[in-house]
Design a protein around this ligand. Sequence first.
Ligand SMILES: NC(=O)c1ccc[n+]([C@@H]2O[C@H](COP(=O)([O-])OP(=O)(O)OC[C@H]3O[C@@H](n4cnc5c(N)ncnc54)[C@H](OP(=O)(O)O)[C@@H]3O)[C@@H](O)[C@H]2O)c1
Length: 193
Amino acid sequence: MVIVEGTTVGHKNQYNRYVTRKPHYIAIAAVTLDGKIGANEKHFSNWTSKEDKKFMRALLDTCDVIIVGNNTYKTALKPLSKRNCIVLTRSIKTTKKVSEKLLYLNTRSANLKKTIQKTGYKKIAVLGGAQTYSYCLEHGMLDDLYLTIEPVIFGSGVPLFAGKFKLRKTKILSVKKLNKTGTLLVHSVFRQT
Ligand SMILES: NC(=O)c1ccc[n+]([C@@H]2O[C@H](COP(=O)([O-])OP(=O)(O)OC[C@H]3O[C@@H](n4cnc5c(N)ncnc54)[C@H](OP(=O)(O)O)[C@@H]3O)[C@@H](O)[C@H]2O)c1
């Protein structure tokens, strides 16, 4: 991956540190202290702090498109309908373009990576949920992870990543406290193998 640091293109803000020749994939997620992203697959993320929401919106504003699973898309239709989205679903054969902003795609028969390369999207937000984070991790489509840790506990629920895969090493680049209750923002990068 070619990374030129200190250059800004497009939206000029603190998150746009990279100029990449190939698409750059950024996972954005919030977890509880016990590592869950939701209490169940239909759970809307209304439990995160306002500081996390502000951070997430600002980061999404710098991205060209969002990859999101159909379960998560259904829980957040209203906010996501304003943004370019590729929604993963097995309920269609290959791809279905619903509008300028919305494409449904089935990875069993359509190549997600190639679709993104063809469209020319350069900065891609991977917004989950667990199945979608896992698919992107397993297919070399995760470069950075912005993980917010909220000081709440669910006990049971949906983990950040689902399924079994080999050990992945990441490097934590920064940790920042976002508010007085101790919400933490961890920025880590994946080593592509
Ligand atoms: N806290 C956070 O940061 C955060 C972020 C995102 C989501 N969440 C939470 O995560 C939960 C949902 O997670 P989840 O893992 O159940 O669902 P998900 O990844 O959002 O969606 C799963 C669905 O996406 C489709 N899908 C997944 N992988 C696919 C593939 N490779 N090819 C084609 N279609 C694919 C399937 O849809 P069909 O059934 O239509 O075939 C599948 O049922 C919710 O509670 C949500 O609130 C939390």
